[in-house]
Design a protein around this ligand. Structure first.
Ligand code: PLP
Length: 450
């Protein structure tokens, strides 16, 4: 073990994190050009690992996006809580193959504890099966795979063995504003991105309960807890009763919205969702753990395990949790460790404070930018704000100018025919002063961009 190298890595990482507040959020064009210093032909000979790390820090660090810092509001991107970073470094040293109890009792047991805590925190049934995967895309995949298994098994079809050729049809119902990654998961499962029944949405992107079609036969109904642009929730209370009575499997994409359940003042948004069958969320978004980290929860644990089943003579059959029995992957990193560390360090109160603070900060963005004469395009109930700065052309120029100015970073979108800036407040590191600084910068840049 090279202790000097490990200490050097820790020192460089700490210096990087300390520097985040004072640097432009986006990487400069020069820094991006500098990445070519890491190219060249494949080395033929050994290089000193310390020099390799120094090169990476010299040219890699400046070319990063400062999304671990306090003023990154792009996409839906959390930072990494200190407890998560530290646990991530330690578990990197552990280098566990977290696929089974035999290969890693620590990773497996810690993941199991984290799952129990998550179900408690999010108010989901304590007996749910859980899959720690790369992100919400794969968490959606797991929930939908379990749904496909249960519906087709009930219809007398073994989908894992026979595939979908000749299988009974499954109707898939989605809201018109469902997230694109849900469609990707449907496509991967052979359920088709385009053969879904789309339910019209309201002005906030919520599925309209009054437009839900009659449900008949094997059906998966997909709800969105948190629209990626508006933050709005499909009205589960108005939808789930009828759908359950008709025998539908209800799956929830709650990549970031599911965390509303952990915050008393936002929990009403999740009303009715506990009646669903499967839920997908991200740890790397609002729980602020390191990439990559998503979690799928499935009420019918047996369906999830059947969908993910794999056997071989050399693979252990233990009486313990074996993570690969719940996930598409076999070998995998111990991503439950950071989830455990964050939940242990923040506790219920700390998670609630994080969610509430970010929501309050989103409201502050909307108020201040609205008062400055800009148009807020959504009802800000969660952590998402959409702003238009006049016509589409000017809005696009303001977004580009804000990104170039560097105080903060906000992305763009298109909402109901209008170009808009998206502000997603999702980081533990964002303080109220960061919000004020960012508001000032956006207003200043917008005034210059006439
Ligand atoms: C609502 C929703 N679903 C799914 C995803 C995909 O998540 P991931 O990138 O973690 O796979 C996102 C990402 O922004 C999202 O917002």
């Amino acid at each position: 073990m090279d202790e000097h190298l490990m200490n050097d890595a820790a020192r460089r990482a700490a210096a990087y994190l300390q520097g985040l507040d004072g640097r432009p959020v986006a990487a400069s064009p020069d820094a991006i050009d500098g990445l070519s210093e890491l190219a060249g032909p494949l080395p033929e000979e050994l290089n000193d690992p310390g020099e390799v790390l120094a090169l990476l820090d010299r040219y890699g660090s400046p070319a990063t996006t400062a999304n671990a810092g306090p003023r990154y509001f792009g996409f839906v991107t959390g930072g990494t809580l200190p407890a998560a970073s530290a646990a991530n470094w330690l578990s990197a040293a552990w280098d566990q193959n977290a696929f089974s109890f035999v290969s890693s009792p620590a990773a497996t047991r810690i993941e199991e504890i984290a799952l129990t805590w998550l179900l408690d925190l999010l108010g989901l049934p304590p007996t749910c099966g859980g899959a720690f995967v790369t992100g919400a895309t794969m968490a959606n995949f797991c929930g939908l795979a379990a749904a496909r298994h249960r519906l087709l098994t009930d219809a007398g079809w073994d989908v894992e063995a026979k595939g979908l050729f000749g299988a009974p049809e499954i109707t898939v119902i989605v809201g018109d504003e469902a997230h694109t990654m849900l469609f990707k998961a449907l496509g991967l499962l052979g359920l088709g991105r385009d053969r879904v029944v789309r339910v019209p949405a309201d002005d906030q992107g919520r599925m309209r309960a009054d437009a839900l079609p009659a449900i008949d036969g094997p059906t998966i109904l997909c709800l969105q807890a948190g629209n990626v642009n508006t933050g709005a929730f499909d009205p589960a209370l108005d939808i789930c009763g009828t759908a359950k009575e008709a025998g539908a499997w209800i799956h929830v994409d709650g990549a970031f919205g599911l965390w509303a359940a952990a915050a008393p003042e936002r929990a009403h948004l999740m009303a009715g969702y506990v009646a669903c069958d499967s839920w997908a969320t991200d740890g790397h978004k609002w729980l602020n753990v390191s990439y990559d980290s998503g979690i799928g929860f499935v009420r019918d644990e047996a369906a999830l395990k059947a969908a993910m089943a794999a056997t071989a003579a050399y693979l252990p059959q233990s009486e313990h949790r074996d993570p690969f029995a719940y996930t598409p992957e076999s070998s995998r990193r111990a991503r439950g460790v950071e989830v455990w560390a964050v939940l242990k360090s923040l506790g219920r109160a700390g998670v609630a404070e994080l969610i509430e603070r970010n929501c309050r900060q989103a409201t502050r963005f909307a108020e201040a930018l609205g008062e400055a004469g800009n148009e807020i395009l959504n009802d800000v109930e969660l952590n998402q704000v959409m702003v238009a700065f006049g016509d589409d052309e000017r809005t696009r120029r303001v977004i580009a100018a804000v990104q170039a100015e560097g105080t903060c970073w906000c992305g763009g979108t298109h909402w109901h025919g209008r170009a808009a800036m998206r502000i997603s407040v999702s980081s533990w590191a964002t303080g109220d002063d960061d919000v004020e600084q960012s508001i000032d910068a956006i207003i200043r840049v917008a005034q210059r961009t006439r």
